[in-house]
Design a protein around this ligand. Structure first.
Ligand code: M6R
Length: 368
């Protein structure tokens, strides 16, 4: 049931505060430790891991890109992220000390399934992050972390993505705890911030009118670009994918630092460019992204800036400003992505497209 919404996708976007809260449920013991009961891989094995490889497709791959920043930062274990359809065919270097993490909303994606079968043949341990109880991927993995988002009907993944990102944070913190890289107070502080996320996601939803107005303005554009750095880079990729899938508009996401290595040639007067700005706490990156905004604005682009509320430095160069609640840099994807999902959903609606069943796409891609 759509519960009064025009699309399942819009309903699912609005379910995200609850979905993310459900992913967090019961992960904290009374002693204040983070617990992931489902990860039935002995702690000794997790301590021996010397490389983490995340494999996934589409939006789930972007969740993996976010995870890499968090996992490497917290655990200091090298973490690679790979598109599942590429992984198996390049003879990847994996062995029993590799932890393979697979991310799949449906748990039935053929490319991802083939990748984990290959990993297990090399005796790597596989943890699945999945939203579908009893699906093939979790059944064929050593352990599974369920995201508990509830069924996702819209073909474009929304709450699937946010809950995957949350599950990845939990896994990263858990590995850091098991490996002695993070202790009680630090874990508790981060868990405290994660527990505030559902409320902050709700805030983005409550304040979404500017995003909807923007969609009405931009509905007939041929091309839209998205820029971000650090975890803002996968957010940019996800924002672009949502727009391609739903509005059939050419959309590209770039790492903002790559701009001058090529993509800046695409900038022309009036081109809409979304820029995800890191929170001001990370001064260096913030400054660099703001200077990217200046560069593209000087060439006539229409800058749509997603930045922390009150970030008047970024706002100065914004043709449109989308304000985000203040969060740590690593957790910003949980709020920034929501605004981009709403934008794509609204733009596609205004263009008269079927948002829940975009052309040529299937919810679960069960063929290679
Ligand atoms: O079910 P999965 O998470 O394995 O699906 C992976 C991709 O097919 C999926 O994320 C796809 O990119 C969505 N249509 C994105 O909105």
């Amino acid at each position: 049931q759509k519960d009064g919404y025009d699309w399942f996708m819009r309903k699912e976007i609005f379910e995200q505060p609850e979905a993310v809260a459900n992913t967090l449920l019961g992960r904290f013991t009374e002693k204040g430790d983070l617990t992931l009961d489902e990860v039935r891989i002995p702690p000794e094995d997790l301590r021996r891991v010397n490389k983490i490889v995340i494999v996934a497709c589409g939006t789930s791959f972007y969740a993996g890109l976010v995870a890499k920043y968090a996992i490497e930062h917290w655990t200091r274990v090298p973490c690679e992220v790979e598109i599942a359809s590429e992984f198996r065919y390049r003879d990847p270097i994996i062995d029993p000390m590799t932890l393979v993490v697979t991310i799949s909303q449906s748990g039935e994606t053929a490319d991802t399934l083939m990748a984990i079968r290959h990993a297990r043949e090399q005796h790597a341990k596989v943890i699945a992050i999945c939203n579908t109880n009893g699906a093939t991927i979790p059944r064929e993995s050593d352990a599974v972390i369920y995201t508990h988002a509830g069924p996702e009907i819209g073909v474009a993944s929304t709450k699937g993505f946010l809950t995957q990102v949350m599950a990845c944070y939990l896994l990263g913190l858990y590995l850091a705890q098991v490996r002695g890289m993070k202790y009680g107070d630090e874990i508790r502080a981060m868990m405290g911030e994660l527990e505030r996320m559902p409320g902050l996601i709700q805030q983005v939803l409550d304040d979404s009118q500017p995003v909807l107005d923007l969609a009405a303005q931009l509905k007939n554009r041929r091309s839209v670009l998205f820029l971000g750095r650090h975890v803002g880079y996968p957010v940019a990729l996800e924002g672009a994918l949502k727009l391609k899938e739903l509005a059939y508009i050419h959309a590209e996401g770039f790492a903002a630092g790559e701009l001058k290595h090529g993509p800046i040639a695409l900038i022309e007067p009036g081109l809409p460019v979304f820029v995800v700005v890191p929170p001001r706490g990370r001064d260096q990156l913030h400054e660099k992204v703001v200077s990217n905004i200046q560069e593209i604005r000087a060439r006539g682009a229409k800058t749509i800036v997603l930045a922390e509320e009150g970030d008047d430095v970024a706002e100065r160069y914004a043709d449109s400003f989308i304000s985000l609640p203040p969060v740590s840099t690593l957790f910003q994807p949980l709020v920034a992505t929501v605004a981009l999902q709403l934008f794509a959903c609204e733009l596609a609606t205004q263009m008269g497209h079927d948002v829940d069943q975009p052309r040529n796409l299937a919810k679960s891609v069960t063929v290679e």
